[in-house]
Design a protein around this ligand. Structure first.
Ligand code: PMP
Length: 425
């Protein structure tokens, strides 16, 4: 059976949301790519830990021992989930953004970074001001491999790092990560995988893909907010000064009168200063375990709903779905524009009149969305995104398709005004 998400269990068998008409309907959450609702098993695990969480590593009391064990066991769960090498370090962070910023702070000086411009801002921005080669995303994944090869051949001698997303948060398209890794190896470069959108949808292994680093967030894999992870080669992280300093990151602090001497801890503690998020990390670890046990059902569920969604969307007049590549399959994420209609207005009407939650805008990937919009000839720099997860049903998908058709052909039933950049009923 599929793992159950908590929304129905917590809020009543059929969570109802108010419509602008005063009716109530079951909520159709089609925004899993932003954050996924908590799994029941994750909630139960969190419930069990709540009375016991305490300070890890230092406390001698029973609660501290429990918390330390839970915290360290979560590292093993993450290791298994990503197929880490024994020598890899697992650093807990706040989220993917934090993990990628940590990596950016830890690469040796002068590292040449190569990435494509369609990356999420979390992968794109931490490298500003460094030696970065930002490549224009081509129209096929094969061409992307060739472009990467060329860029690395021309990169200066010294450490090099490739950043690639596993699945685009805009189009859901899978990037050719294993091919990128082969190219990177050939040029003696390292490669980091932004798995924020891949991790909820597909099993992967850093060993099999042969990537050096991977980052992802708990809240996209059906655990609550506040915990993410960076896994990978220990050497650069071990050599780097921590960018967050304080307790936990230090092995020894000595008073030299006019200055303090600090010996930083070894990784991973070196980069986990302050009291860690034991509960969030536990939730993330449990989510990893639950997902690992259900890949077959999860992928089958999503693929069936994705096919249903895509064929439904094809029938909507003026709808153009966005793709980076002509040769890539995708996870359950679809973005689209509607000719002549503002994405924010449609998203507001879907919520107010149909109880459907989608995302609108440029999805923290402004360069990607404007390039894609230009390719489809759309003037809009904003799109709509529907994303499928474990809680999605065929009824949610059908409701979205029917609602879009009605909105495009008959318009909304209600009046909307734009206020501070948002449409309200
Ligand atoms: N990378 C990708 C591909 C994402 O989709 C996201 C989240 N939208 C992030 C990075 C950043 O994740 P977080 O907000 O959890 O740091």
């Amino acid at each position: 059976a599929l793992p159950k998400v908590t929304v129905p269990a917590v809020v009543g068998a059929d969570l109802r949301v108010p419509l602008v008409t005063g009716e109530r309907v079951t909520y159709a959450n089609l925004d899993h790519a932003a954050s996924a609702p908590c799994l029941e098993q994750v909630r139960d695990a969190v419930d069990e830990l709540l009375p016991w969480y305490a300070s890890v590593h230092r406390g001698a009391g029973f609660a501290s021992q429990v918390s330390t064990r839970v915290y360290e066991q979560a590292r093993d769960k993450v290791r298994r989930f990503v197929g880490a090498r024994p020598s890899d370090t697992v650093v807990f962070t706040r989220n993917t953004t934090d993990a990628l910023n940590l990596l950016a702070r830890s690469v040796p000086k002068g590292t040449a970074v190569v990435l494509f411009d369609s990356e999420h801002h979390a992968a794109l921005l931490p490298w500003r001001g460094r030696h970065v080669q930002r490549l224009v995303t081509p129209t096929s994944s094969d061409a992307a491999v060739v472009a990467l090869d060329r860029a690395l051949a021309a990169a200066p001698v010294g450490p090099r790092l490739v950043i690639v997303t596993g699945a685009s948060n805009v189009t859901g398209e899978l990037w050719p990560v294993a091919e990128f890794a082969r190219v990177a190896r050939r040029h003696g470069a390292r490669i980091a995988l932004d798995a924020a959108q891949l991790a909820p949808h597909r099993a992967f292994s850093v060993r099999e893909l042969d990537v050096d680093y991977v980052a992802f967030s708990g809240h996209k894999i059906y655990a609550p907010f506040g915990a993410g992870v960076l896994v990978g080669r220990a050497d650069w992280l071990q050599a780097a000064e921590p960018y967050l300093v304080g307790g936990g990151a230090t092995a020894k602090v000595t008073d030299h009168g006019d200055r303090l001497g600090v010996a930083w801890s070894a990784v991973p503690e070196r980069h986990e200063a302050g009291s860690p998020n034991v509960v969030g990390v536990h939730a993330l670890g449990v989510a990893c375990d639950v997902l690992s046990r259900h890949w077959e059902q999860t992928v089958a569920h999503e693929e069936a709903l994705l096919a249903r969604l895509r064929s439904g969307l094809e029938s909507i007049p003026g709808l153009r779905s966005l793709s980076l590549f002509t040769d890539s399959s995708r996870v359950g994420v679809v973005s689209f524009t509607l000719a002549g209609l503002d994405a924010g207005f449609i998203a507001a009407a879907l919520s107010a009149e149909y109880g459907i939650g989608v995302r609108d805008g440029a999805f923290c990937a402004h360069v990607a969305v404007s390039r894609l919009a230009a390719r489809t000839g759309a003037h809009e720099q904003r799109a709509l995104r529907a994303s499928i997860g474990l809680g999605t049903t065929a009824e949610h998908v059908d409701r979205l398709v029917a609602a879009l058709r009605t909105l495009v052909t008959d318009g909304p039933r209600w009046n909307y005004v734009e206020r501070d950049g948002r449409w309200v009923a």
